[in-house]
Design a protein around this ligand. Structure first.
Ligand SMILES: [Zn+2]
Length: 187
């Protein structure tokens, strides 16, 4: 919903339905952030922070990515084909939450989060830790997300879409030709 305020600016009325589970997804502070009182400790705080400073797009991106992860868990993935499982990050630059870009396996450093899968951010980014209550303890769960298509797969998908479009056009042309070829008397 949008409404016009006195200055004529669009004021977006934001209703983000944040699952209580967001509070169980901890944002892991980096060295030097541990003593920061304003550090957002979990994704609930992170979403609030984005909204407080008016970066609604980031709050929405955070929510879309996190809700996807929560719903994948709710659907109980078993074979996990086409899924990526691992440690995720929250990116303060764009709001994306998910498994970061993996440049190569050897470059993964537990202490250094990122780079953000969406925007490549390396600095303003933190690891996330999903905690799930199991009895009286909290277990750490991995992040799970639908694997993005590889370049080759994306290319294949594009080719298939083009082929489908072409087949559709050809079918229409055939129809037109058939109609033209129909005897005059049938008109
Ligand atoms: Zn980002």
């Amino acid at each position: 919903m949008a409404e016009q305020d006195a200055q004529g600016e669009i004021v977006r009325e934001v209703h983000l339905k944040i699952s209580p589970q967001y509070a169980n997804i901890a944002v892991v502070p980096k060295e030097g952030e541990k003593s920061d009182k304003n550090f957002p400790h979990n994704l609930h705080n992170a979403a609030e922070l984005f909204l407080r400073v008016g970066i609604v797009d980031n709050a929405e991106k955070l929510k879309v990515a996190t809700d996807k992860m929560i719903s994948i868990y709710a659907e109980n993935p078993n074979g996990s084909t086409g899924m990526r499982i691992g440690d995720a990050c929250v990116c303060w630059n764009c709001g994306f939450c998910g498994i970061p870009q993996i440049i190569d396996e050897k470059s993964i450093d537990e202490k250094v989060p990122g780079p953000c899968f969406e925007c490549g951010e390396k600095e303003q980014i933190n690891w996330l830790r999903i905690k799930q209550k199991q009895g009286t303890n909290f277990a750490t769960m991995p992040w799970i997300e639908v694997a993005p298509l590889s370049e080759e797969e994306a290319e294949k998908k594009k080719d298939a879409e083009i082929a489908a479009k072409r087949a559709e056009v050809e079918a229409r042309v055939k129809q037109v030709l058939a109609a033209r070829a129909a005897p005059e008397s049938s008109k």
